[in-house]
Structures are given as structure tokens and as C-alpha cells.
Design a protein around this ligand. Structure first.
Ligand code: PMP
Length: 399
């Protein structure tokens, strides 16, 4: 028996996806970014509509300069974990800046957003505790539940009544109850009814963690996410986020007002047993944070662009999610058709993400776009036209 026998089904599925000479949708190479909105793919300049680079800050000149200066003065790596040789003054400074941005007492910075969820959730919810997870939770949230051995109760996606019912059923059981929701969901771009979740939390005495990976820098007057927009930040015990989307770099964090937060640093395996962020990334992230804080017009532009893409696709006759947010998904029924559609769109010079079941809500294949503040109206209109053209070419819309 080979170790790889269990992947036979996967190999067949990939072959099937590539039938008719199509690409491997999970093997796209961006040979070179030209700007935040254009990259070279297959030797051609291609419009980027699938990068989560919401404010375009991966290409922000002051971040680039700050990274170069930090690398020159401090080197390119820490070669160690946060609890050994991997905490520089810069890590502390970044944590203070993140805590101040969220107006929280404490921030813990992790090497990725994935690890921030993994390290926070697995440490907070142990084997005697209950984790109440939205059914559409990100993989990092599910993986955190496994690493901590918590008892997992799933509730219906974005359904505070279902959460309430399930918490009531746990009345009288020992163990703390930690509810985890996301601000904006990464596949469909739908937004959590955060005020209602906060009300359930208050009523039941549960703890509440909000993963605002896709909403920080995007939503809220100061860009602090859906909880800020809905005026319920005081009810969120823990906010988890990432530097890899609106801030354009890499890394993750958890912020909280709970005074015991510092103890997590000595219990959280994904924090302790991996190398810390390198200095150049921290320097770039701090430069991007200044831009995020001082340019609220970026969020206005982003939302305007989201609206333009969403309404353009709807006008073209395509089915999208209901919410207007920077994640805009075209919802399809048939996987083979979705794959053909995605290939055709790339032929026409527009890169989006192909998301397939079982990773998608309701088992629908999706063409998932993420919009940026830096897209021009003309780029969005070009993308809408390409979406419509490709849809006609592959039979999603009548020719
Ligand atoms: N949470 C959510 C909701 C996400 O969508 C992602 C990334 N797609 C993460 C966490 C992990 O973040 P990162 O990619 O920065 O590790």
C-alpha cells in the first residue's frame, strides 16, 4: 500500500478539472505583480480580481521603503520564536500599535492569520469547553478547535437564533462557551449580524470571538470591522485579524481587553513553536497601518468599487450573493461549467478565484472576486464585460 493511495480520488478530480486542456485552477502563477491591480499571468498582463489586497497596500511605496530600511538595519529574519530569540523591539511596537488601533489593552502578533486563529482558539477553548462555530467558519477556526480538543457545536450560518437555541441546550453544563463568528465571510462576502450575535452573548454569558480578517480596513468608521460598524465592540472579547489582506503583508493578531491575555503567550503552540515575523514585514505592516488609519477615503473608494462590480454583475444577469461587500461571488450550479467559466475569464484577461465544493457554502461552485480600492472604474467595467462575455461563451448566460 503506498502512502499516496488516499490521494487517488484527488488526482482524478484534478485531472477532470483539467479536461479539455484547462488549467489547474489551484496552480496559477502570478509571474510578477505589475501594480496592485495588474499582474503578469501566462506572460500576459491580467487584471487581478482575486487577491484580497483590499486597499492595494501590498504595493504601497512607504511600506516598501520601510521594509527595505528595516532589512538593511536589522536583517531579514529573526530565526526564532516569540518566546525564545524571536521577539525584537519591533514586535512589541507592532503589538502596541495594533492594540491602540483597536483601543484594546493587549495584542498578540502571530506569524500568519491562520496561526492567529489556530493559536487563539486552541488555547482559549480546551477539552472541557464548548466552541460554538458558525457552520461556514474558515478552516483555521475548525483546525483551532481540533488542536485544543474543545467540544464543537456548529450553528447555522449567520443565524443568531440558532446559536441562542444551541447555547440554551448547553445550560448547566460545565465548561466555558466560546462563540466564534467572522465579520465578512470569505467565500460569499456576506456580513455577520454582529449586533444580534452580541445580544445572544450578553443574554447567555458566552464569550465571543470575531475573526475580522476580511473586514478590518474595509468596514467601520475607523476600519475596525463589522463590530465597529454595528457599535458592539465592547461585546467582543477577542478580535482576530490578519495583515495579509487590507494591510498587504503577512501575519496575524488577536486583540483583547482581558488581563490574562499575556498568559496565552506561554500556552499557545502556534505562537510558541514557530519563527516570528521578520523585521521587514513588521516595518511594512506598520507603514500600511498608518495609511489605513489616515485614509478613510480608501474605504469609501473600496465600497464604491464593490457596489460597481456587484451591480454590474447583477445587471449582466449573473447570480451573486446578496450583500454588497468587497468579496463578490458569482454563484453557479455545475462544477464543470464553473471550471470552464473560470478558464475563459482568465483567457479574457481577468483573474478571479475558483472556489469549489466542499469548501463553499451550500455546495455551489463560485467564481469569487475580491475588489480593491485601487481598481479604476474602467477596470471594473472591463471585468464585468469579461464576466458577461465568458458567461455567454460557456453557456452560463444565453449566447
Ligand atoms: N480567517 C479568515 C476568515 C480567512 O479568510 C483567512 C485567510 N483566507 C484567515 C483567517 C487566515 O489568514 P492568513 O491568510 O493571513 O493566514
Amino acid at each position: 500500500m503506498t502512502l499516496f493511495a488516499k490521494f487517488d480520488g484527488l488526482a482524478q478530480a484534478i485531472d477532470q478539472l483539467r479536461a479539455d486542456g484547462g488549467r489547474n485552477p489551484f496552480g496559477v502563477v502570478i509571474e510578477r505583480p505589475v501594480s496592485s491591480t495588474v499582474g503578469v499571468i501566462e506572460g500576459r498582463e491580467t487584471l487581478l480580481f482575486g487577491t484580497n489586497n483590499y486597499l492595494g497596500l501590498s504595493q504601497y511605496a512607504p511600506s516598501i521603503e520601510a521594509a527595505a530600511a528595516a532589512a538593511r538595519s536589522m536583517g531579514v529574519g529573526t530565526t526564532g520564536s516569540r518566546i525564545a530569540n524571536g521577539t525584537f523591539g519591533l514586535h512589541r511596537e507592532l503589538e502596541q500599535r495594533i492594540a491602540a488601533f483597536f483601543r484594546r489593552r493587549d495584542a498578540m502578533v502571530f506569524s500568519t492569520g491562520y496561526q492567529a486563529n489556530l493559536g487563539t482558539i486552541s488555547t482559549l477553548a480546551g477539552k472541557d469547553d464548548y466552541l460554538l462555530l458558525d457552520a461556514d467558519s474558515h478552516a483555521s477556526i475548525y483546525d483551532g478547535s481540533r488542536l485544543g480538543y474543545a467540544q464543537v457545536v456548529r450553528f447555522r450560518h449567520n443565524d443568531p437564533d440558532d446559536l441562542h437555541k444551541r447555547l440554551r441546550r448547553l445550560d448547566g453544563t460545565p465548561g466555558a462557551k466560546l462563540v466564534v463568528v467572522e465579520g465578512i465571510y470569505s467565500m460569499m462576502g456576506d456580513i455577520a449580524p454582529m449586533a444580534e450575535f452580541a445580544a445572544v452573548k450578553r443574554e447567555t454569558g458566552a464569550w465571543l470571538l470575531a475573526d475580522e480578517a476580511h473586514s478590518v480596513g474595509v468596514i467601520g468608521e475607523h476600519g475596525r470591522g463589522v463590530a465597529e460598524r454595528d457599535g458592539v465592540e465592547a461585546d467582543i472579547d477577542f478580535v482576530v485579524g490578519t495583515f495579509s489582506k487590507s494591510l498587504g503583508t503577512v501575519g496575524g493578531y488577536c486583540v483583547s481587553d482581558h488581563p490574562e491575555m499575556d498568559l496565552l503567550r506561554l500556552c499557545s503552540r502556534p505562537y510558541m513553536f514557530t519563527a516570528s515575523l521578520p523585521p521587514e514585514i513588521i516595518a511594512a505592516t506598520m507603514a500600511a497601518l498608518v495609511e489605513l488609519e489616515h485614509r478613510p477615503e480608501l474605504r469609501t473608494a473600496l465600497m464604491g468599487n464593490a457596489q460597481r462590480l456587484h451591480s454590474g454583475l447583477v445587471r449582466a444577469g449573473l447570480t451573486t450573493g446578496p450583500a454588497v461587500s468587497p468579496v463578490v461571488a458569482v454563484v453557479l450550479d455545475d462544477v464543470a461549467q464553473a471550471v470552464a467559466y473560470w478558464n475563459r475569464l482568465l483567457d479574457l484577461g481577468v483573474y478571479v478565484n475558483l472556489s469549489l465544493p466542499p469548501a463553499t457554502p451550500n455546495q455551489n461552485p463560485l467564481l469569487r472576486s475580491s475588489v480593491m480600492a485601487t481598481h479604476t472604474p474602467a477596470q471594473i467595467d472591463t471585468a464585468v464585460e469579461a464576466f458577461a462575455q465568458a458567461a455567454r461563451d460557456v453557456g452560463v448566460l444565453p449566447a
